[in-house]
Design a protein. Structure first.
Length: 335
């Protein structure tokens, strides 16, 4: 069994912890939090050993009536791999701790790419992360774009990708985030950070990205235009993408006309927290004009990187090949 520690038990960390626990070849050593809150209380209630991430604050957990198993250093020492799910910028600060205990670490897409030996997407470059000490699982948007572009590159070749990302202002629990009653170019210059981030997976890909932020919390939306090197029909492209396990091609008859209904569908499926681990791609939107492909896809920012973290654990431990890991992860999660 691969022993996994989770440093950070927020939006991503709690989802990764549950996904790891569901895997047949992994176990959760424990999770770390910087302070006592409802997530710390829930972690203990769900049976996870809780570790204090900051020694000076360790006593706060006891004062709040929440039992801890020790400090984060002990968690790192006991783990075969640590998933760092701390806020952006903190992972880079934690790197020295992981190196001290010679424990491989995974970081999230909010960190700069140079924090790690390799940026990771299971569909795009699984083998590049084998036996790496530091791996960055790319952001939710980059994950979704990499899943889409990988099969298109393999089957048809890609001359250029152009993507406009309509981004939620914040996660549902991020009460300090905006915008409110506003639409912001973000950034106002070309490109947004997403294109260069995709290039950490596919260095030779020609891609431009623009970003907007809107007052919504449910998901991101991508308006995608890819110039292919050949001219398949829309039906051919649709068939290709329907064969991808982490792309959900939404059938027109489902009458899912937006992200709200897509989230509702995930809840009706019984998905934990209403998570959509796959790209939500509107099948009806797939259009070919010559060799130009157009489509819309939705990305659930809270959850689509979760299966990627699980696969990255297997990559750094070199315990499975990419195809077997993806199949195992999907099976355990019900994708």
């Amino acid at each position: 069994m691969i022993r996994v520690g989770i440093n950070g038990y927020g939006t991503i960390g709690k989802r990764v912890a549950d996904a790891v626990r569901d895997q047949p070849d992994m176990e959760v050593v424990g999770v770390a939090k910087t302070r006592p809150n409802f997530e710390a209380e829930r972690a203990v209630a769900r049976g996870y050993d809780l570790y204090a991430a900051i020694e000076d604050r360790a006593s706060q957990f006891a004062d709040a009536g929440i039992e801890t198993a020790g400090l984060v250093d002990e968690l790192v020492a006991q783990s075969d791999v640590v998933v760092d799910a701390t806020p952006s910028g903190i992972g880079a600060q934690n790197k020295e701790l992981y190196e001290e205990y010679d424990t491989p670490a995974l970081y999230q897409g909010g960190e700069d790419a140079d924090v790690a030996d390799v940026s990771f997407n299971a569909r795009g470059n699984f083998d590049d992360a084998r036996n790496a000490d530091h791996v960055r699982v790319v952001s939710c948007n980059t994950t979704g774009l990499s899943r889409l572009l990988a099969p298109l590159r393999e089957e048809y070749g890609v001359e250029k990708a152009r993507v406009t990302l309509v981004r939620r202002g914040g996660d549902p629990g991020q009460t300090s985030r905006g915008p409110i009653d506003d639409i912001l170019p973000n950034p106002i210059t070309l490109p947004s950070h997403h294109g260069p981030d995709v290039n950490t997976i596919f260095p030779d890909l020609d891609i431009d990205t623009l970003g907007l932020k809107v007052p919504a919390t449910l998901m991101h939306m991508h308006s995608v235009n890819v110039t292919l090197e050949s001219e398949p029909s829309a039906d051919d492209v649709r068939d290709l993408l329907e064969g991808e396990s982490r792309i959900f091609c939404i059938p027109p008859e489902f009458d899912i006309d937006g992200t709200g209904k897509l989230k509702e569908y995930a809840k009706d499926l019984g998905r934990p927290r209403g998570d959509v681990w796959e790209n939500g791609l509107w099948s009806e939107s797939v259009t070919m004009e010559g060799n130009d492909l157009y489509l819309f896809q939705a990305i659930h920012q809270e959850s689509d990187v979760v299966p990627e973290n699980v696969d990255a654990i297997r990559a750094v431990t070199d315990s499975m090949d990419g195809a077997e890991s993806i199949e195992t992860t999907n099976s355990a999660l019900g994708i």
